[in-house]
Write a protein that binds this ligand. Structure first.
Ligand code: PMP
Length: 353
């Protein structure tokens, strides 16, 4: 080993979902929206003033922050915008989890959390979910350096009722509690109204799922002005110009088109509810999803085998070779047609010896 190799930072990186690129495939593996972005976004794309690209973007993302604040009944100073919620969450880890006490997040959850904790040298503990994959709020009543969990949780798809979320936030007023609401638009309700009561709460959302803009990379955090200002200070010490002009322009249009947003979210929820019936009739078991995906297990067929056989048919779903979830698949809700093709393929695969 060369002397300088000892100084190389070794990390276990996050393994993202496959992004295959074949026009024939049915892509149900990374929870994207199967419908196109809002018509206003598409029009803004066509009319985009490319000449403006010679200028730096606004580092405070004021126009988009203002649009989001108006949409959610908040002040402009309560919004932080970043390059997808991954960027926002990483910035929140850096800003708020700066202590020797362990940050708490569930074992099983979004696997980027342990990657960031390792990368930023933040100690952490992972209370296990219960037998039915539920978060037990009492596990979060111990001393900690911060708390984070998605609601609905990923990949389990389960929603923790707002009353339990509030109990966790109220119990932990000496820490920052982050609720990662990547999938909340497909669920019962958001924790945003709790911001009126709790200064230690940060709610993070994304444009990648319900707003159909994963390719644009836009996420945002909502919190008390003190939390948001602290995040801006950290970000601006690192790189002020992370958002680009195109994302900022198109993001504004996506927030404005409320009718299209509601219509596509409702369509996905209807398809999900139908998917629950169809998957149950194929013999799958699954938690009662409130997200845009199902987390499913078949008692008689190996999940890895189903995954590979679907892939041979150009249907991509997600499978992890990890303890406790290796028998499970995560399947994004696609269009009605895509889901019909999935059920047909599953029926065939389940009949095979
Ligand atoms: N949080 C959770 C729970 C997710 O599943 C995802 C999507 N992979 C993200 C955050 C990040 O989404 P994005 O960076 O596209 O906003």
């Amino acid at each position: 080993m060369r002397a300088w190799e000892k100084n190389i930072r070794r990390v276990e990186p996050y393994v993202p979902g496959e992004q295959p690129d074949s026009p024939k495939m049915i892509k149900l593996n990374t929870n994207e929206n199967p419908y196109p972005p809002a018509p206003g976004v598409q029009a803004a794309c066509r009319d985009f003033d490319a000449e403006s690209l010679r200028l730096y973007p606004d580092p405070s993302c004021r126009e988009l922050a203002h649009e989001l604040a108006a949409c959610y009944g908040l002040e402009d100073g309560q919004i932080f915008v970043g390059v997808g919620s991954d960027d926002v969450l990483a910035m929140a880890f850096l800003t708020f989890f700066n202590s020797d006490r362990p940050v708490l997040f569930p074992d099983i959850t979004y696997s980027f959390y342990d990657v960031w904790a390792d990368l930023f040298r933040i100690p952490f503990e992972r209370p296990a979910l219960d037998e039915e994959f539920r978060i037990r709020k009492e596990d979060y009543y111990r001393e900690n350096g911060g708390i984070i969990f998605p609601n609905p949780n990923a990949p389990t798809s389960l929603f923790l009722p707002l009353k339990d979320v509030e109990d966790i936030v109220a119990h932990n007023q000496d820490s920052v509690v982050i609720i990662d609401e990547a999938y909340v638009d497909f669920a019962e309700e958001s924790a945003l109204p709790l911001l009126k009561k709790y200064e230690n709460l940060l709610v993070v959302q994304t444009f990648s799922k319900s707003r159909s803009m994963a390719g644009m990379r836009i996420g945002f955090a909502c919190g008390s002005p003190r939390l948001i200002q602290a995040m801006k200070d950290v970000k601006e010490s690192y790189n002020s110009y992370t958002m680009n002009r195109t994302s900022l322009r198109l993001g504004v249009q996506a927030v404005r088109d409320k009718a299209y947003f509601r219509e596509t979210v409702e369509r996905i929820i209807r398809t999900r509810e139908k998917a629950k019936e169809r998957m149950a009739s194929l013999g799958f078991i699954f938690p009662d999803s409130q997200a845009n995906f199902l987390f499913v297990h078949h008692p008689e067929k190996d999940a890895g085998e189903i995954f590979s056989k679907l892939k041979e048919r150009e249907i991509y779903v997600r499978h992890w070779d990890r303890p406790r979830i290796s028998g499970w698949l995560r399947i994004t809700i696609g269009t009605e047609d895509q889901m019909e093709r999935l059920y047909e393929a599953l029926e065939e695969i389940l009949k095979e010896k």
